[in-house]
Design a protein around this ligand. Structure first.
Ligand SMILES: [Zn+2]
Length: 113
């Protein structure tokens, strides 16, 4: 089995000592909170990230001499600086543009079967 990357949630904003709420993933009570204040166990968030490789990811900001690295998904990610301003572009279908036929005025093939 692959190793599940652990989230760095050392910031105390991830812990609500006053209230437990049902985890949004497993339903059991938890004092833990995501960055978006979702009630979620840290292990549930890590498992959610690990089982969704195609989910939009966040990365550390670019820095000279240091490669960017994955810090989790947009939903559940590490504390610290992330590439908040560099949201991954939406996936779109690649629709190649056909060049207009030479000498046809660009409209010649619109009615072609
Ligand atoms: Zn849970």
């Amino acid at each position: 089995m692959d190793v599940v990357p652990l989230l760095d949630w050392g910031d105390n904003s991830h812990f609500d000592a006053r209230t437990t709420r049902p985890c949004c993933l497993c339903g059991k009570p938890t004092p833990m909170r995501s960055h978006a204040d979702e009630a979620v166990h840290k292990v549930c968030a890590e498992e959610w990230n690990a089982t969704r490789p195609n989910e939009a990811r966040r990365y550390t900001p670019p820095a000279p001499g240091r490669a960017q690295h994955d810090v989790g998904t947009w939903r559940f990610h590490n504390d610290g600086p992330t590439t908040a301003h560099l949201r991954a572009p939406a996936v779109t279908r690649d629709t190649p543009q056909r060049p207009a036929p030479a000498g046809a005025g660009g409209q010649g093939d619109l009615f072609a079967a």
